[in-house]
Design a protein around this ligand. Structure first.
Ligand code: ZN
Length: 349
């Protein structure tokens, strides 16, 4: 039976954090989610969490593996949990390297427990499926504690991206400005003001609705990570904490190319099943109307390819990763290329 909070008459989220959030020092523990199943009647899903605190100050929440097959965030954040010195910080850093732990351990985008896509499940439910409970806990417990939230993504097994940090267009312009400043401080090789094709259910939207400063990333893809892409993540998270006024260190800045996705014309979707022949690669500049891929039929020989064209001019920022494509898959994303900028080494806080 689900416990109900007497004050709110809302069901209690059953997730328990095994370490305190408000004690100085370093605590390594778990978000323990009860999950009764065939091989463990009173078993739990154990989601690793690290809490670093040194006195009063802002709180940053850092998350990876919101999708289970994206690796830059998990690698950079797992490293940070053993490398961060609490004496170097002011305030608090909460690190959850493997947010959707069941998906991460299975190497899949969505959870093997319930099929849940965590980043389409927010705000979740305290009395729902395991993925819904995780979403509800982040929405009602962790996000409200934070001032700054950084959620790492990359393309997973099916997409590949030029490495960028991203902030969203928001109706609250002061909040949007703060998010864009934090994105610039992260200082990925590209900095994207992002239009989501469908922002319902996203962690991004939930955190932004709490009024927090939110930055997300897309740092590569293909279901793997590289020395370069993990290096971008490791540098970016340090820069982010310095920008938040939490980490006392010198930021490391290099030029970053601004990208913009102003509308749906950025996306090219396949209307065919077939074999992709790319006609442009990630980072290439393409003209409006330029051929960017052929999709060859595979059922028989001697059939012509369908040619797909860029619907606007710009930079090829994302592409379908596997060699085979299905109808409805996102084939490519063309972003508008802006100026190349290097942030000033000034900080907030
Ligand atoms: Zn993702």
């Amino acid at each position: 039976m689900t416990a109900v909070n007497a004050a709110t008459s809302r069901p209690e989220n059953p997730i328990v954090c095994t370490v305190p959030f408000d004690e100085d020092g370093v605590r390594h523990g778990f978000l323990r989610l009860p999950y009764s199943r065939n091989d463990s009647a009173w078993g739990s899903v154990m989601i690793p969490i690290a809490v670093f605190r040194n006195g009063e100050g802002p709180t940053a929440l850092l998350t990876g593996a919101n999708h289970g097959d994206e690796y830059e965030g998990p690698a950079a954040l797992q490293a940070l949990t053993s490398e961060l010195d609490p004496k170097q910080i002011r305030g608090r850093v909460i690190i959850v390297p493997f947010m959707n732990t069941p998906a991460f351990r299975a190497g899949t985008r969505t959870s093997p427990l319930d099929g849940g896509n965590l980043n389409r499940t927010f705000p979740g439910r305290p009395d729902g499926s395991p993925t819904e409970k995780i979403a509800d806990y982040f929405d009602t417990v962790l996000a409200p504690m934070a001032d700054f939230v950084l959620d790492f993504h990359s393309g997973g097994k099916t997409l590949d991206f030029v490495p960028f940090a991203a902030a969203h267009r928001l109706e609250a312009k002061m909040q949007e400005e703060a998010c864009i400043a934090a994105m610039h401080a992260f200082n990925a090789p590209y900095s994207m003001v992002l239009l989501e094709i469908d922002n319902v259910g996203m962690f991004d939207t939930a955190v932004e609705n709490h009024g927090k400063v939110f930055v997300s990333t897309e740092l590569g893809g293909g279901g793997t990570a590289t020395a370069r892409s993990i290096g971008i993540a490791r540098k970016g998270v340090r820069n982010f904490l310095i920008h938040a006024g939490i980490l006392d260190a010198e930021p490391e800045f290099a030029p970053s190319v601004e990208l913009d996705m102003p509308d749906g014309d950025c996306f090219v979707f396949s209307e065919d099943d077939g074999l992709i022949e790319p006609l442009a690669d990630l980072g290439d500049e393409v003209e409006k109307g330029a051929a960017i891929a052929r999709v060859w039929p595979v059922a028989r020989t001697g059939q012509p390819a369908k040619i797909y064209h860029a619907r606007r001019g710009g930079l090829l920022a994302a592409r379908h990763f596997p060699g085979l494509v299905k109808t409805g898959d996102c084939l490519a994303v063309v972003a508008v290329r802006g100026a190349e900028i290097t942030p000033e080494p000034a900080r907030d806080g």
